[in-house]
Design a protein around this ligand. Sequence first.
Ligand code: PMV
Length: 324
Amino acid sequence: MISNPVTAIAHPNIALIKYWGDVDITLHIPANGSISMNLDELFTRTCVAFDSGLKKDEFILDGKEMGGLSLDRVTIHLDHIRNLAKTETFARVESWNNFPMSAGIASSASGFAALSLAASRAAGLQLDETGLSRLARRGSGSACRSVPGGFVEWQAGKSDQESYALSIAPAKHWDIVDCIVVVSEEEKQTSSREGHSIAHTSVLQPARIEDTPRRLESCRSALMEQDFEMLAKVVEQDSNLMHSVMMTSNPPLIYWLPETLAVILAVKALRMNGIQACYTIDAGPNVHVLCPEEDAKEVYQRMIEVRGVKKVLICHPGGPAVIE
Ligand code: PMV
């Protein structure tokens, strides 16, 4: 028997206040809360059907049959869903990203959010947004933030039950643009998964964690009041704090390239010229430059001219994960 196929769409997100380090590595209970914005123009579309004729799960990504670690991660996630739905049937999962994996943008957040929604529905479960966010978190921590729409806060919590994300403002609340400045299209050498597991080895991590409530509060207020200057200050500080922890971990993690620093300096120069913009960087060398919509053209033009920049993608705030 084959279940009705269900297709879901989810957007990746950019963290304004970052998640770095877990207190529970298996359940992805984070060491600190975080805030992000979904990216409207980018998405993963995933179709899931449970089929009693299958001997194992099948995972097709961008037209390619996947095996190894990628398939294992999907199967572990499906095992959890099968457990909740009390079924043992394997599934066929077909997934497409509208952005190339080589663009240096993590697809695990949108991927696990879309998979959680499509697979839970195909298995007959009707999870609410909180339940779905908790489920997506198990696949990849930041995926829990791609379930609700717009500007989203992940409440760290202390247990599986308490750790999930909620929308704090809809996508239309504030038209901030994320200019994703791509300086490298290579896959990173250290995954965020490995990075989270050594965050505690940095002597700076406890100070970063202790100060997080202040940064969360400042980011929330900046978003609510649409105060870009306040947002810029806390977003850059938060990104610098996370990269300081990464660089002082054991072993040290340096995700930046020379071009990353060139973009940071170009953003500072833009600000000196009265253009509102700020940078934030995830676990990779590419730089997300945020600005109000009215400055986006100018920011794009300046960024594309920085030596070593391969391309700049423009993204606006995006909605929640949805069934297609
Ligand atoms: O969800 P993961 O394991 O891909 O970790 C995400 C880590 C950062 O992107 C660096 C920060 C964040 O909060 O998204």
